[in-house]
Write a protein that binds this ligand. Structure first.
Ligand SMILES: [Zn+2]
Length: 125
């Protein structure tokens, strides 16, 4: 199994409350530099703009956030596909094979679980 790191850069339009710098709103900017407004965030965007106009919020402009995502890369023994799994989380291949948080196959596509029979969850709680 191979582990890779992928650096992702996301851009956000950020507003914070004038009297509470760590609190406010951020709105995604897409790869073409356009603001992404949805039915869920549109009202907050206009609320933030209005608050900034009155001095209750401050617009920080567009802020870049760099994050690193670690993937376990496995070749699925069931179907042969290359599978990218978020390290630290359980995941699955398109064929249905399931993997634990370390990228270890724990069940095949039919849900047949292959685990160490000496494992008893009661030992861990
Ligand atoms: Zn598979």
């Amino acid at each position: 199994m191979k582990t890779i790191k992928v650096h992702k850069i996301a851009k956000w339009l950020v507003y914070h409350y004038a009297n509470e710098p760590g609190s406010g709103y951020s709105f995604a900017i897409d790869s073409d530099g356009r603001l992404v407004l949805t039915d869920a965030n549109r009202a907050n965007y206009y609320k933030a703009r209005l608050a900034a106009k009155h001095g209750d919020m401050i617009c920080d402009g567009i802020v870049e956030v760099v994050s690193t995502v670690i993937y376990h890369v496995v070749t699925c023994p069931v179907c042969g596909r290359k599978v990218y799994l978020y390290a630290g989380f359980c995941g699955a291949c398109e064929c249905g094979a399931a993997y634990d948080e370390y990228g270890i196959l724990i069940a095949d596509k039919d849900g047949k679980i292959d685990y160490d029979e000496s494992y008893d969850p009661a030992d861990y709680y």
